[in-house]
Every structure is written in structure tokens, then in C-alpha cells.
Design a binder for this molecule. Structure first.
Ligand SMILES: [Zn+2]
Length: 89
């Protein structure tokens, strides 16, 4: 087992233990949205917002390369946050 996979496992365990709001905050550190593009904070690769089902292609060597469904992750996080904290009207 390489140190990289240990790091990945710790990161995954931490992510599972966080609340939906913390996970959403974590997402915003890993991704940015700009001019219709979703951009990886690590490698700056981007994916158009109108291709939400496409796999995200990171640049070679990117540490976030295993996360290839960022739109789906954002969708589920927003759903989890919305269910726990209904919008006040
Ligand atoms: Zn990347």
C-alpha cells in the first residue's frame, strides 16, 4: 500500500464523517465554478456546465483525479443540505 492510497483512504473516511454542510464547504475548496465551467482547484482542468453527466478528465498527476463526477457530487450535497435545512421563506 503506498502512502498515497493511505492518504486517499483517510480523506475518504473524513469526508464520510462530515456533515452535509461541511462536505459542501469541502467541495468548494476542491472545485470552482466560473463562466459556465467547473474547474478543478488542483489541476485547473475544466468541464462545461452543460455536460453534467460527462466524466471529469483531470490533468496527469492531479491529486483529485479519482473524483470524476463533481456535478453529481454537488447535486447530492445540495440535496442533503436542503433536506436538513429547509429554505426559510
Ligand atoms: Zn484535477
Amino acid at each position: 500500500m503506498t502512502s498515497n492510497s493511505v492518504t486517499d483512504e483517510i480523506a475518504a473516511a473524513l469526508r464520510e464523517s462530515m456533515s452535509p454542510r461541511d462536505r459542501l464547504a469541502s467541495w468548494t475548496f476542491r472545485w470552482s465554478l466560473s463562466s459556465g465551467q467547473l474547474v478543478c482547484a488542483q489541476c485547473q482542468a475544466s468541464l462545461s456546465a452543460n455536460q453534467p453527466e460527462a466524466n471529469f478528465i483531470h490533468r496527469p498527476g492531479c491529486r483529485a483525479r479519482r473524483e470524476d463526477q463533481p456535478w453529481r457530487e454537488l447535486e447530492s450535497l445540495l440535496g442533503a443540505v436542503a433536506m436538513r435545512q429547509p429554505l426559510r421563506r
